[in-house]
Design a protein around this ligand. Sequence first.
Ligand SMILES: [Fe+2]
Length: 512
Amino acid sequence: MGNHVSRRDLMRWSLLGAGSIPAAALLAACSKATGQTAPTTSAAPTTTGLAPTTSAAPTTTAAPATTTPFDPSVPWWLQANFAPVMDELEVFDLEVRGALPPGLRGTYVKNGSNPQRANSPHWFFGDGMTHGVWLDGGKATAYRNKWVATTPYTQKLEFGQGVPGGDNNQSNVSALWHGGRLLTSGEVGFPYELDPATLATKGLVDFGGTLAGSFTAHPHIDPATGRMHSFGYDFADPFLRYHIIEPDGTMSHIEGVSVPRSTMMHDFAITETDAVFWDLPVIFDLDLAVQFLTDPTIIPFRWAPEVGARLGVMPLTGGADAIQWFEVDPCYVFHHVNAFRRGDEVVVDVCWQESMFGGNEFATPSVRRWTANTATGSFREDILDVPPGDLPSRDPRRMGREHRYGYLIGTRDDPNTVNLGGLVKVDYQTGTAETWDPGPTRHGSEFLFVPGDEGDTADDAGWLLAFVHDDAANETTLAVLDATAVTAGPVAEVVMPRRVPYGFHATWIPAQ
Ligand SMILES: [Fe+2]
């Protein structure tokens, strides 16, 4: 029985920036992906009542009904502003509406799926394309976009064609800025490096030949050390590897983390002292993988709550033998907002959904806080009474440290397509949220937090940057919001020289 991907499944996957799973990689891994043993450790689960932390209501009303046009004869990811653009532009001196903060100096780079054939079996299986906007002194000085010149792109490979893994991935999920290097990454395979001045692809990144398996689209940089902590999941043993990359780009630590099977693990978390994994029951399925080879609308993962769900806490500096597992109620989490250690407790704020590929994952998505006590082995889950959202962002200066705010993109009900909405600013201290909705014909995307003045370290002292697309005007702007005053809407919008298709994850490169 094939696990055909429903529109809703695709919507969720796509929204969350999961992509770039080469079919051949799955097949190659199949022979080694069976017969695994059970987890070796399991701390006592004491998941409690899921009580709301507060009952305060959001400050604005629900999003208005959409007016997004839809052609049922065309896949949703190939129409409206999901459709790819077919050219690479370089345009200077962009129109700005409002007043850009003069201190916001740097480059915003967003990655997304943009199939060079203008066709793909999924939104997230297209070739990676980055869009960059250069900001300086209150002006938007340039816009550039380029495909990521991956092997599948340059050799014009069909999706799933060619030798799996490594260079054979579309590198279309995220953009990363670390140690003076601009990288793109997909769900599996190796990252690519881009020239931050032009977005031209410089080449494949294997960290001096040390990268043995996949590299996540969601590594996290410790603000104290500058180290990039990362992981990769694969379809053959070892199913999970942990990496530490120094600011100079060298891999200083790599080790396997023992998990019983290959599960879809899109993100992980760090604290000042811990690396945190969630091993949730979306498992790689050999039969589905074989079907995937002839029908790429079949996702080779399936929902398997019977295998259980766990949160793993291990030392940040490595030492998988010391990992401590906490049982979690079966669920799925693509992204977390942030995590931190508070004494014996490790707190992880997550964008939670009931399941993935299980048919009911959209029933009750919610914003939740997980608290694992590494001294007692207890685990608690709290639900915040705020609008759900995903594609989270936070002040990167607080990565792994206690935070007050997180920033999510909300979605709108739509029977036809992914319908991105507006911003949800979550206050984890009060359990409340503020929202900004761009209007019924306009759609937001990931709101990337960019720190403001260096001396202002307040939790929300910064800017939120997101592409916003207007279906009615067929216009995309880069919206800049003051994170301390999100309900007021953008302080400025930079008008893009043409529409920018909805993408996945962005990064910020501060001007030198
Ligand atoms: Fe993602």
